[in-house]
Design a protein around this ligand. Structure first.
Ligand code: NDP
Length: 324
Protein backbone atom coordinates (compact mmCIF):
# COMPACT_ATOMS: atom_id res chain seq x y z
CA UNK A 1 0.00 0.00 0.00
CA UNK A 2 1.20 3.49 -0.84
CA UNK A 3 2.27 6.03 1.76
CA UNK A 4 -0.59 7.68 3.71
CA UNK A 5 -1.91 10.78 1.95
CA UNK A 6 -2.75 13.91 3.91
CA UNK A 7 -5.95 14.48 1.97
CA UNK A 8 -7.85 12.67 -0.74
CA UNK A 9 -10.62 14.34 -2.70
CA UNK A 10 -13.20 12.17 -4.45
CA UNK A 11 -14.87 13.93 -7.38
CA UNK A 12 -13.91 16.39 -10.08
CA UNK A 13 -16.87 18.74 -10.43
CA UNK A 14 -16.67 22.36 -9.22
CA UNK A 15 -16.69 21.23 -5.56
CA UNK A 16 -13.88 18.68 -5.91
CA UNK A 17 -11.64 20.84 -8.09
CA UNK A 18 -12.08 23.89 -5.86
CA UNK A 19 -11.16 21.72 -2.86
CA UNK A 20 -8.12 20.69 -4.94
CA UNK A 21 -7.09 24.31 -5.55
CA UNK A 22 -7.39 25.24 -1.86
CA UNK A 23 -5.77 22.15 -0.35
CA UNK A 24 -2.93 22.34 -2.87
CA UNK A 25 -2.32 25.98 -2.01
CA UNK A 26 -2.29 24.93 1.66
CA UNK A 27 0.66 22.67 0.72
CA UNK A 28 -1.27 19.48 1.47
CA UNK A 29 -0.39 17.89 -1.88
CA UNK A 30 -3.92 16.53 -2.40
CA UNK A 31 -4.70 13.43 -4.40
CA UNK A 32 -7.88 13.94 -6.40
CA UNK A 33 -9.75 10.95 -7.77
CA UNK A 34 -11.36 12.48 -10.84
CA UNK A 35 -13.18 9.33 -11.93
CA UNK A 36 -13.25 7.93 -15.42
CA UNK A 37 -15.37 10.90 -16.56
CA UNK A 38 -13.82 14.13 -15.28
CA UNK A 39 -15.81 17.28 -14.67
CA UNK A 40 -19.22 16.27 -13.34
CA UNK A 41 -22.55 17.54 -14.60
CA UNK A 42 -21.13 20.69 -16.24
CA UNK A 43 -19.55 18.46 -18.88
CA UNK A 44 -23.02 17.93 -20.33
CA UNK A 45 -24.03 21.58 -20.46
CA UNK A 46 -23.29 24.18 -23.08
CA UNK A 47 -23.15 27.84 -22.04
CA UNK A 48 -22.71 28.62 -18.37
CA UNK A 49 -23.84 32.21 -18.02
CA UNK A 50 -24.12 32.57 -14.27
CA UNK A 51 -20.64 31.65 -13.08
CA UNK A 52 -19.13 34.93 -11.84
CA UNK A 53 -16.16 36.20 -13.77
CA UNK A 54 -17.35 35.21 -17.24
CA UNK A 55 -19.55 38.08 -18.44
CA UNK A 56 -19.85 36.55 -21.93
CA UNK A 57 -20.56 33.06 -20.53
CA UNK A 58 -18.30 30.04 -20.84
CA UNK A 59 -18.86 26.51 -22.10
CA UNK A 60 -19.33 24.00 -19.25
CA UNK A 61 -16.49 21.66 -20.35
CA UNK A 62 -14.14 24.62 -20.80
CA UNK A 63 -14.91 25.91 -17.31
CA UNK A 64 -14.13 22.49 -15.87
CA UNK A 65 -10.91 22.22 -17.88
CA UNK A 66 -9.81 25.58 -16.50
CA UNK A 67 -10.59 24.52 -12.92
CA UNK A 68 -8.59 21.34 -13.50
CA UNK A 69 -5.59 23.29 -14.81
CA UNK A 70 -5.80 25.64 -11.84
CA UNK A 71 -5.87 22.72 -9.38
CA UNK A 72 -2.92 21.07 -11.13
CA UNK A 73 -0.95 24.30 -11.25
CA UNK A 74 -0.72 24.32 -7.45
CA UNK A 75 0.18 20.65 -7.19
CA UNK A 76 -3.08 18.67 -7.03
CA UNK A 77 -2.37 15.17 -8.29
CA UNK A 78 -5.20 14.02 -10.53
CA UNK A 79 -5.95 10.33 -10.99
CA UNK A 80 -8.60 9.29 -13.51
CA UNK A 81 -9.95 6.42 -11.43
CA UNK A 82 -13.28 5.94 -9.65
CA UNK A 83 -13.45 5.31 -5.93
CA UNK A 84 -15.18 1.93 -5.60
CA UNK A 85 -14.83 1.19 -1.86
CA UNK A 86 -14.02 3.17 1.26
CA UNK A 87 -13.34 2.30 4.86
CA UNK A 88 -14.17 5.21 7.14
CA UNK A 89 -14.40 3.06 10.26
CA UNK A 90 -10.67 3.11 10.79
CA UNK A 91 -8.29 6.02 10.70
CA UNK A 92 -6.37 6.58 8.45
CA UNK A 93 -9.27 6.09 6.04
CA UNK A 94 -8.93 3.76 3.06
CA UNK A 95 -10.08 4.42 -0.49
CA UNK A 96 -9.96 1.71 -3.13
CA UNK A 97 -10.16 2.63 -6.82
CA UNK A 98 -11.52 1.03 -9.98
CA UNK A 99 -7.92 0.33 -11.05
CA UNK A 100 -7.34 -1.68 -7.86
CA UNK A 101 -5.22 0.95 -6.12
CA UNK A 102 -5.67 1.31 -2.37
CA UNK A 103 -4.91 4.66 -0.79
CA UNK A 104 -4.91 5.75 2.83
CA UNK A 105 -5.56 9.30 3.98
CA UNK A 106 -5.79 11.38 7.13
CA UNK A 107 -8.60 13.60 5.78
CA UNK A 108 -11.17 12.88 3.09
CA UNK A 109 -13.23 15.34 1.05
CA UNK A 110 -16.22 13.81 -0.70
CA UNK A 111 -17.46 15.69 -3.76
CA UNK A 112 -19.15 12.92 -5.70
CA UNK A 113 -22.08 15.02 -6.92
CA UNK A 114 -25.44 13.78 -8.13
CA UNK A 115 -26.80 12.18 -11.27
CA UNK A 116 -30.07 12.78 -13.09
CA UNK A 117 -32.71 10.26 -12.07
CA UNK A 118 -33.98 7.76 -14.67
CA UNK A 119 -37.41 6.19 -15.03
CA UNK A 120 -36.00 2.67 -15.08
CA UNK A 121 -37.63 1.53 -18.34
CA UNK A 122 -35.72 -0.82 -20.67
CA UNK A 123 -36.78 1.32 -23.65
CA UNK A 124 -35.31 4.38 -21.90
CA UNK A 125 -31.90 2.67 -21.79
CA UNK A 126 -32.20 1.64 -25.43
CA UNK A 127 -32.77 5.20 -26.61
CA UNK A 128 -30.60 7.03 -24.09
CA UNK A 129 -28.52 9.55 -26.02
CA UNK A 130 -30.53 8.75 -29.17
CA UNK A 131 -33.85 10.47 -28.44
CA UNK A 132 -33.90 10.29 -24.65
CA UNK A 133 -31.96 12.98 -22.80
CA UNK A 134 -31.55 14.48 -19.34
CA UNK A 135 -30.24 17.80 -20.64
CA UNK A 136 -32.26 20.20 -22.78
CA UNK A 137 -29.43 22.70 -23.03
CA UNK A 138 -27.15 19.97 -24.43
CA UNK A 139 -29.56 18.30 -26.82
CA UNK A 140 -32.42 20.77 -27.45
CA UNK A 141 -30.74 21.98 -30.60
CA UNK A 142 -31.37 18.62 -32.31
CA UNK A 143 -35.13 19.11 -32.02
CA UNK A 144 -35.60 22.17 -34.17
CA UNK A 145 -39.26 22.26 -35.28
CA UNK A 146 -39.89 18.83 -33.77
CA UNK A 147 -42.23 17.59 -31.06
CA UNK A 148 -40.78 16.66 -27.67
CA UNK A 149 -41.93 15.89 -24.16
CA UNK A 150 -40.52 16.69 -20.75
CA UNK A 151 -41.31 14.30 -17.91
CA UNK A 152 -41.57 15.81 -14.42
CA UNK A 153 -43.33 18.58 -12.52
CA UNK A 154 -40.52 20.39 -10.68
CA UNK A 155 -38.50 23.50 -11.45
CA UNK A 156 -36.10 21.50 -13.63
CA UNK A 157 -38.99 20.25 -15.77
CA UNK A 158 -40.32 23.80 -16.24
CA UNK A 159 -36.87 25.12 -17.04
CA UNK A 160 -36.25 22.34 -19.56
CA UNK A 161 -39.67 22.79 -21.16
CA UNK A 162 -39.24 26.55 -21.48
CA UNK A 163 -35.78 26.13 -22.95
CA UNK A 164 -37.04 23.57 -25.45
CA UNK A 165 -39.68 25.98 -26.76
CA UNK A 166 -36.82 27.90 -28.40
CA UNK A 167 -36.19 24.91 -30.66
CA UNK A 168 -39.14 22.54 -30.76
CA UNK A 169 -42.50 23.25 -32.38
CA UNK A 170 -44.38 21.69 -29.46
CA UNK A 171 -43.43 20.66 -25.93
CA UNK A 172 -45.61 18.33 -23.85
CA UNK A 173 -45.03 18.28 -20.10
CA UNK A 174 -46.07 14.91 -18.73
CA UNK A 175 -46.60 14.90 -14.97
CA UNK A 176 -47.76 12.07 -12.72
CA UNK A 177 -49.99 14.31 -10.58
CA UNK A 178 -52.42 17.16 -11.28
CA UNK A 179 -50.30 19.74 -9.46
CA UNK A 180 -46.82 20.94 -10.15
CA UNK A 181 -44.04 20.91 -7.60
CA UNK A 182 -42.32 23.80 -9.39
CA UNK A 183 -42.19 27.32 -7.93
CA UNK A 184 -45.10 29.62 -8.79
CA UNK A 185 -43.03 31.86 -11.03
CA UNK A 186 -41.81 28.91 -13.13
CA UNK A 187 -45.33 27.48 -13.29
CA UNK A 188 -46.69 30.79 -14.55
CA UNK A 189 -44.06 31.08 -17.23
CA UNK A 190 -44.78 27.55 -18.43
CA UNK A 191 -48.58 28.01 -18.36
CA UNK A 192 -48.24 31.21 -20.38
CA UNK A 193 -46.12 29.65 -23.12
CA UNK A 194 -48.31 28.71 -26.10
CA UNK A 195 -45.94 25.93 -27.21
CA UNK A 196 -46.28 24.03 -23.92
CA UNK A 197 -49.15 21.62 -23.28
CA UNK A 198 -49.58 19.77 -19.99
CA UNK A 199 -50.64 16.15 -19.71
CA UNK A 200 -51.71 15.53 -16.10
CA UNK A 201 -51.94 12.42 -13.92
CA UNK A 202 -49.96 10.50 -16.46
CA UNK A 203 -46.85 8.34 -16.54
CA UNK A 204 -44.75 7.13 -19.46
CA UNK A 205 -44.70 3.33 -19.53
CA UNK A 206 -42.65 2.86 -22.69
CA UNK A 207 -40.62 4.84 -25.18
CA UNK A 208 -41.55 3.79 -28.69
CA UNK A 209 -39.44 3.63 -31.83
CA UNK A 210 -37.11 1.56 -33.91
CA UNK A 211 -33.87 3.38 -34.77
CA UNK A 212 -35.12 6.67 -33.34
CA UNK A 213 -37.84 7.69 -30.92
CA UNK A 214 -41.26 7.92 -32.55
CA UNK A 215 -43.50 8.30 -29.50
CA UNK A 216 -44.33 7.33 -25.95
CA UNK A 217 -46.91 5.02 -24.42
CA UNK A 218 -48.83 6.77 -21.67
CA UNK A 219 -50.93 5.60 -18.77
CA UNK A 220 -53.38 7.80 -16.91
CA UNK A 221 -52.85 6.92 -13.25
CA UNK A 222 -56.41 7.97 -12.30
CA UNK A 223 -58.36 6.11 -14.99
CA UNK A 224 -55.83 3.44 -15.99
CA UNK A 225 -56.42 4.42 -19.62
CA UNK A 226 -53.49 3.82 -21.97
CA UNK A 227 -52.62 5.81 -25.08
CA UNK A 228 -49.80 6.58 -27.47
CA UNK A 229 -48.39 10.03 -28.17
CA UNK A 230 -46.29 10.53 -31.31
CA UNK A 231 -43.15 12.65 -30.75
CA UNK A 232 -39.44 12.87 -31.57
CA UNK A 233 -37.66 13.32 -28.27
CA UNK A 234 -38.04 12.66 -24.54
CA UNK A 235 -36.43 14.80 -21.84
CA UNK A 236 -36.29 13.46 -18.30
CA UNK A 237 -36.48 16.02 -15.50
CA UNK A 238 -37.49 13.90 -12.55
CA UNK A 239 -34.87 15.03 -10.08
CA UNK A 240 -31.43 13.83 -9.13
CA UNK A 241 -29.90 11.06 -7.05
CA UNK A 242 -26.84 11.84 -4.96
CA UNK A 243 -23.84 9.66 -5.77
CA UNK A 244 -23.41 8.40 -2.24
CA UNK A 245 -23.97 4.61 -2.40
CA UNK A 246 -20.30 4.17 -1.60
CA UNK A 247 -20.82 5.65 1.87
CA UNK A 248 -24.01 3.86 2.92
CA UNK A 249 -23.68 2.44 6.42
CA UNK A 250 -20.54 4.48 7.12
CA UNK A 251 -21.73 8.09 6.99
CA UNK A 252 -25.00 9.62 8.11
CA UNK A 253 -27.19 10.10 5.03
CA UNK A 254 -30.66 11.64 4.95
CA UNK A 255 -33.76 9.77 3.78
CA UNK A 256 -32.99 10.69 0.15
CA UNK A 257 -29.39 9.56 0.38
CA UNK A 258 -27.76 13.00 0.66
CA UNK A 259 -24.78 13.21 3.02
CA UNK A 260 -25.66 15.04 6.22
CA UNK A 261 -23.18 17.85 6.94
CA UNK A 262 -22.99 20.58 9.54
CA UNK A 263 -22.28 24.20 8.73
CA UNK A 264 -18.56 23.45 8.51
CA UNK A 265 -19.02 20.76 5.84
CA UNK A 266 -18.23 18.13 8.47
CA UNK A 267 -19.90 14.74 8.15
CA UNK A 268 -20.78 12.29 10.93
CA UNK A 269 -17.23 10.85 10.74
CA UNK A 270 -14.50 13.10 12.13
CA UNK A 271 -12.01 13.92 9.37
CA UNK A 272 -14.48 13.33 6.52
CA UNK A 273 -15.91 16.42 4.81
CA UNK A 274 -18.46 16.69 2.01
CA UNK A 275 -19.04 19.38 -0.61
CA UNK A 276 -21.43 20.04 -3.47
CA UNK A 277 -24.43 18.15 -4.85
CA UNK A 278 -23.67 15.01 -2.80
CA UNK A 279 -25.02 16.91 0.22
CA UNK A 280 -26.76 19.97 -1.26
CA UNK A 281 -30.14 19.44 -2.91
CA UNK A 282 -31.22 23.04 -2.39
CA UNK A 283 -28.94 25.24 -4.48
CA UNK A 284 -27.23 22.81 -6.88
CA UNK A 285 -25.24 25.52 -8.63
CA UNK A 286 -21.66 25.39 -9.88
CA UNK A 287 -20.81 28.46 -7.85
CA UNK A 288 -22.29 27.14 -4.60
CA UNK A 289 -20.59 23.76 -5.15
CA UNK A 290 -17.28 25.59 -5.61
CA UNK A 291 -17.98 27.54 -2.40
CA UNK A 292 -18.70 24.35 -0.47
CA UNK A 293 -15.50 22.84 -1.89
CA UNK A 294 -13.53 25.81 -0.62
CA UNK A 295 -15.09 25.53 2.85
CA UNK A 296 -14.43 21.78 3.02
CA UNK A 297 -10.79 22.35 2.05
CA UNK A 298 -10.27 25.00 4.72
CA UNK A 299 -11.85 22.73 7.32
CA UNK A 300 -9.70 19.78 6.21
CA UNK A 301 -6.60 21.94 6.58
CA UNK A 302 -7.64 22.92 10.13
CA UNK A 303 -8.45 19.33 10.96
CA UNK A 304 -5.02 18.16 9.82
CA UNK A 305 -3.34 20.87 11.89
CA UNK A 306 -5.19 19.79 15.02
CA UNK A 307 -4.60 16.13 14.24
CA UNK A 308 -0.88 16.72 14.32
CA UNK A 309 -1.14 18.45 17.73
CA UNK A 310 -3.61 16.16 19.44
CA UNK A 311 -3.75 12.80 17.66
CA UNK A 312 -6.87 11.13 16.27
CA UNK A 313 -8.44 9.68 19.42
CA UNK A 314 -8.28 12.96 21.36
CA UNK A 315 -9.49 14.97 18.38
CA UNK A 316 -12.34 12.54 17.77
CA UNK A 317 -13.42 12.91 21.39
CA UNK A 318 -13.51 16.72 20.90
CA UNK A 319 -15.49 16.43 17.73
CA UNK A 320 -18.88 18.09 17.86
CA UNK A 321 -20.78 17.21 14.73
CA UNK A 322 -24.12 18.94 14.90
CA UNK A 323 -26.02 18.86 11.66
CA UNK A 324 -28.48 21.67 11.07
P1 NDP B 1 -37.78 17.92 -7.90
O1 NDP B 1 -37.49 16.79 -6.99
O2 NDP B 1 -38.19 19.24 -7.37
O3 NDP B 1 -38.93 17.47 -8.93
C1 NDP B 1 -38.92 16.22 -9.54
C2 NDP B 1 -40.22 16.06 -10.30
O4 NDP B 1 -40.19 14.81 -10.98
C3 NDP B 1 -41.44 16.05 -9.39
O5 NDP B 1 -42.49 16.76 -9.98
C4 NDP B 1 -41.76 14.56 -9.28
O6 NDP B 1 -43.14 14.30 -9.15
C5 NDP B 1 -41.29 14.03 -10.60
N1 NDP B 1 -40.85 12.63 -10.51
C6 NDP B 1 -39.92 12.12 -9.65
N2 NDP B 1 -39.74 10.80 -9.89
C7 NDP B 1 -40.58 10.50 -10.91
C8 NDP B 1 -40.86 9.29 -11.62
N3 NDP B 1 -40.22 8.15 -11.32
N4 NDP B 1 -41.76 9.33 -12.60
C9 NDP B 1 -42.42 10.48 -12.91
N5 NDP B 1 -42.19 11.65 -12.29
C10 NDP B 1 -41.28 11.66 -11.31
O7 NDP B 1 -36.47 18.02 -8.82
P2 NDP B 1 -35.95 19.21 -9.72
O8 NDP B 1 -34.75 18.67 -10.42
O9 NDP B 1 -37.04 19.76 -10.55
O10 NDP B 1 -35.50 20.34 -8.69
C11 NDP B 1 -34.57 20.05 -7.65
C12 NDP B 1 -34.26 21.32 -6.86
O11 NDP B 1 -33.59 22.27 -7.67
C13 NDP B 1 -35.53 22.01 -6.38
O12 NDP B 1 -35.28 22.54 -5.10
C14 NDP B 1 -35.75 23.11 -7.38
O13 NDP B 1 -36.47 24.19 -6.84
C15 NDP B 1 -34.31 23.50 -7.73
N6 NDP B 1 -34.25 24.05 -9.10
C16 NDP B 1 -34.47 25.39 -9.26
C17 NDP B 1 -34.47 25.95 -10.51
C18 NDP B 1 -34.76 27.40 -10.65
O14 NDP B 1 -35.16 28.01 -9.69
N7 NDP B 1 -34.59 27.97 -11.80
C19 NDP B 1 -34.20 25.16 -11.72
C20 NDP B 1 -34.03 23.76 -11.45
C21 NDP B 1 -34.06 23.25 -10.18
P3 NDP B 1 -43.95 14.70 -7.79
O15 NDP B 1 -44.14 16.18 -7.86
O16 NDP B 1 -45.21 13.90 -7.94
O17 NDP B 1 -43.09 14.24 -6.66
Amino acid sequence: MAETEKVIIIGSGPAGLTAGIYTARAMLSPLLLAGSAMGGQLMTTTDVENFPGFPEGILGPELMQRMLQQAERFGTRILYEDAVRVNLREHPFTVETSAGNVFRCLALIIATGASPRRLGLPSEEKFFGRGVSTCATCDGWFYRDKVVCVIGGGDSAMEEALYLTHHASKVYVIHRRDQLRASKIMQERAFKNPKIEFIWNTVVTEILGDQTVTGVRLKNVKTGEESELPLDGVFLAIGHEPNTKLFEGQLELDERGYIVVDRYQRTSVPGVFAAGDCHDHTFRQAVTAAGFGCAAAIMAERWLGELEDKGYEALKADYAFAAK
